[in-house]
Each structure stands twice: as C-alpha cells, then as structure tokens.
Design a protein around this ligand. Sequence first.
Ligand code: SF4
Ligand code: SF4
Length: 434
Amino acid sequence: MAPEMELSTHAQTALEQIEKCTSCGLCKDVCPVFALTFREAESPRGKINLLRAVLDAKLESAPETADVFNRCLLCYACQDACPAGVSTEKIWISGRQTIADEAGIPLLKSLFLKQFLTNSSLWKTALKVGAKLPGGDTTIKLKGMRFPRPSQNRLDRILPEVLEPRGKQVGRIAFFPGCMLTEVFPHIGLKAAEILAHLGYEVITPQDRVCCGAPAFNNGDMDTGRKLAQKNLEVYSHMEVDAVISPDATCGGAFRHEYDILFPPGSIGHSEHREFRKKVKDFGEFLLQVFSKRSDVGFKPVENVVSVHDSCHLNHLQHKADVPRKLLSYIPELKQVESPRNELCCGFGGSYSVIFPSESKAIARRKLDFMQSSGGKTFVVGSPGCLWNLRTEAAELALDVSVVHYLELVWYSLIGAAKQTKSPVSKESDSVAD
Ligand code: SF4
Ligand code: SF4
C-alpha cells in the first residue's frame, strides 16, 4: 500500500481489529489450516501480521499476499478462541477487500463473481455446462481445481414457488435454500420445504432470489456481494411471513453477520437489513421452537447411531452448535455418539476447496478419522458445504458410513418412514423426472 494513501473504510475496519491483537498465538491451536501446514504465515496470527504490514505500508499487496490470505477456510474457530475479542471475521472480509483493491481479483474469479453470480441466465447456462464436465459423481475437476457438481435438476424445477401446507395452516415461511441446496442437493432442499409444509406452514421460495453474496464478499468483491444482498433484501424484506429460514448455515450466518458489514448504519439498505435480520432463523433453530411447543408432530423411530459434526458457520458464526443434537433427540431410537474434536472444520471453506483441493481433502480426511473413532454409522452436518466435502471424501475412501444433513433425518422420521422410503440419505440418483 502506498504510504501517502488514505485508508479505505474497510481497511480501517480491519485495522481496528488488528490493533486489538496481542499476538498471543492462542488462535493457532484451533486453526485447521495451521494444523495441516504448521506454517506461521498461514496461521490466523500470521495472516493478521501480514495484513498489519500491508496497512503499515511495509509490504506491497501482491497476488502472493492474496494467496496467503486466501489460505483460510473462514471457519472462525480463531475468533471464538481469541481471548482479546478480535473479530477475525471483520479482518478476513475487510482484509480480503483491502488486498483485492490493490492486487486485484484474478480474472477468472472476477468473471465468475461479477458476471455469473449476478446474471441468472448466465448462471443457469454455466451450471448446465458444468453438470457435464469431467470429474466424479459429486465433483467437477478442471485445471487443478475442483467444484461441486451441479444436479441435472435445480430445486426450482421440483419445488413450486408456493408449497401449500398439509392440513390446517399454522403460518407462512419464506424459504432461502441457498445455492448448494438449489443447485447441488435439490432433493435435500425439497425435503426441507416438505418438513415445513408437513408442520402446517405455507412455504414461499421466491424464484427471483439470488446467491446470499458470501462467495463474492468472502473473496474481496464487496460491490458484487452488496448487489446480491440488496436483491435478496428487495425480495425478502417486505414479505409478510413468520420467519425467513435457511438450512444453509453459511447463508444464515451471512444474513446475521456479514450483511452487518455490508450495510453499516447510514448506508442504503441498512434499515431493510435490520427488518430482514429480525425474521432470519436457521432452519433447525426454527424447527426446535416448533417441536418444543407441539406434541402432535409424530416422529417415527429411526434405528441408527449418529455422530454430529459442528458445522463451523452454525457453531462459530451463529453459535447454534447444539441445534442438530437437540433436534435429533426428538427422534425415537436414534442414538447419538460424540466424536473427538467435533468443532474441527470439514475442510470445505467455499472457494478454499476450489483453489486448494488437496489441502481441503486432507482436512476432510482428518475430520473423518475423528468421526469414525466415535463408532457412529451416520455422520450428521448442519450445512450443505460440509455435506459435500465429507460425503465426497467418505465415498472416495469407500468408508462404510453415510453423511447426511440433519434435516434428512428429521424428514425421514416425519415423512420418509411413513412412506416406507428405504434410507434417509438423499442422492442425486434418487432422480426426479425432468
Ligand atoms: S488469539 Fe487473538 S490476540 Fe491472540 S494472536 Fe490470535 S487473534 Fe491475536
Ligand atoms: S478462520 Fe479458520 S482457517 Fe481461517 S485462520 Fe481462522 S481458524 Fe484458521
């Protein structure tokens, strides 16, 4: 950064947090990237010192700086571990933008964020092409990168915009499935809506919703992130609903946390976001509220031994790690066992798994080792990103386990068992007719 340059607002945001850091290094103990590489530069403290040097104009922002800064899963374990109350969330997001301001965003990434994410017809075309690219059942491999394979059917083809409640209507829900449940796991997105309808809610899934913006603002493109967030506020904030619900902990976390960074007091969208935020709930958090008040839900037994992974954005971002366990405790005959280091990230990290596939896989394997030691036969996650990474890795290792989103087990107990569906696991091969 040039010495004479004034700090931008986001650079100041990062600096305020950096100044709280005492360099104690306690955050290194919980960082899954540091546990893999043992390189100080890739630890949270190392990245904070790197950004400090950039902001102090001791170091130029360059693509190499961005590369080090990108070696982070945005799991926020470091934030929860920090005794000085440093918001690493603010440092990573504002820092990535500060570095992108000077070093730029690589062309392909920028094209994806600025053109594809914001243009629904380009997005749909790209996904159709992507679904046919080489790779594995769940993965596309391209030029050393790996991506989740889009489904042949997107959620909006199998879920109507308005899903009527079963029986007497008790309320109305705005559903935000997120991109992973829309494009990669539409069967699970459908199950989420079916659970709500089964409980008597009318479920509205607006077809003009867009990505929550996390891939953009997490990669230093705040303008695209804000544009996407504004569109979602336009679509959702004026809806007359009991709650806006997402089963994707990353999207829910973005609505509750990162949108605060996008829409500070006085900015356009601030008041809409405040209204919207009041209605946002994690899918499981909402179900727990319903289950705690009703005795007519009718859970069927599910004989299984499950181990719950604390999905980072449910745990470290929304602080709702107990939600899946409490939900599953309603299901008769379902036994829960704990695995060591439940809080460890699965290695997904959005673009981290795309840019650093071997590191992402190695972190997933370590996680699966811990989970296997619990004796569980089914591993349960709270976010579709974890689902993809752990399910893909478990399949590659031919492990005799299933990896499911907690909502698949709830669906199975409430709806699937009654329909005599064989397994709670949703597979793309449970194909839906075109
Ligand atoms: S734990 Fe907090 S204060 Fe200590 S090095 Fe990490 S960020 Fe800085
Ligand atoms: S967010 Fe996670 S991966 Fe990134 S520095 Fe913190 S602990 Fe490490």
